[in-house]
Design a protein around this ligand. Structure first.
Ligand SMILES: [Zn+2]
Length: 410
């Protein structure tokens, strides 16, 4: 659809569905599989764009909901779109904002926070309900969704058409249409109705996108639009959604929504969905990207992932280290008080080259801003290097062996 957007597959792993490839966009190429950094408000928390480029991050995803509320898409468009506005000149994505709109509704409705609700039955997921003080629920109709701003309570409406216009103004290279993100606690009947509406919205979003395709008043004329497969953790619905969305004229496919109550449920959703998708299209997994996921989902044929957890963990003192429990250590722990070694002796990041665990622990416990930056630098560089290792393993058809080396059975 877009003249400068394309995806090519370079190599396929012999034992799994993993593949390496290149996503080509108007702002450069992304080697896949790739981790997509979460720059919700046009920045990754605690790091400026130049630092992200220096550590090798290839692509970021920003959030339509938050940028619509602040500073507003017209401000961003007037300053050259997300690329001109932020100074990040590499590929970008924006999500539709549907997840934010509906996760607020779900958190009120079911008493689970939007993070915890991804896998509410998973013993390893944070279980503490995080009720938001926001006054209202969302108002959902066939036309779209009414909601109130989390910033000031002001009323807003998203329709499939208005979200495409907002995203055209933001100007990311890859954009997503409005979808309803159901909670894992919604039943089959509700999830089915919601999915069918999301399919109608997908077609409306696609039509709006095609109408605006050649409008040179938008900052990026070469955007790609991905469709979103929904259907909760229900096999029949996921199969139907994969067929319906997969047959529309999207440039790629994102797997979204509730992926069930555990990681096992998520593997099932991918096992059902991926074989039905067009092989040559790029596939994105929304909101998933723990270390285990990077292996398990690459092996199932996912090309890109985004997840806020690695940077959120960093700000909480939890930094990646291969071989530690869950491949991370918490610098708040007393055992690091006199530890003069780096977080990871094998890491080439600025933090590991220059600072000790003892110093970082001090900054963390003192609540110094520099800690957020240094810890985030390490976790992102760690993932950039891990994804490079995963791509190399796929190219050599030894992904299963690399996963085993990290303690995961594909
Ligand atoms: Zn490091």
């Amino acid at each position: 659809m877009s003249s400068s957007f394309s995806f090519d597959i370079q190599h396929r792993d012999s034992d799994t569905l993993a593949r390496t490839g290149h996503l080509h966009t108007a702002h450069g190429s992304v080697r896949t599989p790739a981790f997509v950094g979460v720059a919700t408000r046009a920045t990754i928390k605690a790091l400026e764009p130049q630092a992200l480029m220096d550590l090798g991050l290839q692509i970021v995803i920003s959030n339509t909901y938050h940028l619509h509320l602040q500073p507003g898409e017209d401000i961003v468009a007037g300053l050259g779109g997300l690329h001109g506005f932020s100074g990040w000149n590499r590929p970008t994505m924006t999500d539709s904002g549907g997840f934010q709109v509906f996760s607020l509704g779900a958190s009120k409705e079911h008493g689970v926070g939007k993070v915890a609700s991804i896998f509410p039955g998973d013993a390893t997921a944070p279980a503490k309900p995080k009720l938001r003080p926001a006054k209202p629920l969302v108002g959902l109709t066939e036309k779209g969704v009414d909601f109130r701003s989390v910033i000031d309570g002001s009323p807003h409406t998203f329709t499939p058409e208005s979200v495409i216009t907002i995203e055209r103004k933001l100007g990311a290279d890859i954009i997503l249409p409005l979808d309803e993100c159901t909670s894992p606690l919604h039943d089959h009947a509700y999830t089915k109705r919601s999915m069918e509406r999301t399919h109608r919205w997908a077609q409306r979003g696609l039509t709006a996108f095609q109408l605006l395709k050649d409008d040179a008043t938008f900052p990026n004329l070469h955007q790609a639009l991905y469709g979103i497969v929904q259907g909760g953790a229900y096999e029949d619905l996921r199969l139907e959604s994969a067929r319906v969305i997969g047959n529309m004229a999207f440039d790629g496919i994102a797997v979204g929504g509730s992926l069930g109550c555990s990681k096992t449920d998520m593997w099932h959703v991918l096992d059902w969905t991926i074989p039905l998708l067009q092989d040559g299209q790029p596939r994105h997994l929304l909101g998933i990207g723990e270390i285990e996921d990077l292996f398990m989902c690459s092996a199932r044929g996912i090309d890109t992932f985004d997840c806020a957890a690695p940077t959120r963990l960093a700000r909480n003192g939890s930094v990646f280290l291969k071989g530690a429990p869950r491949h991370r250590i918490n610098l708040r722990n007393a055992q690091y008080i006199r530890d003069d070694g780096p977080i990871d002796p094998h890491c080439d990041c600025f933090t590991c080259q220059n600072h000790s665990r003892a110093y970082l622990r001090h900054l963390c416990r003192a609540g110094e801003f520099s800690f957020y930056r240094l810890a985030t630098l390490h976790n992102l560089r760690f993932l950039v290097r891990l994804m490079a290792d995963i791509r190399e393993a796929i190219d050599d058809s030894r992904l299963t062996g690399l996963a085993r080396d990290w303690g995961f059975n594909l």
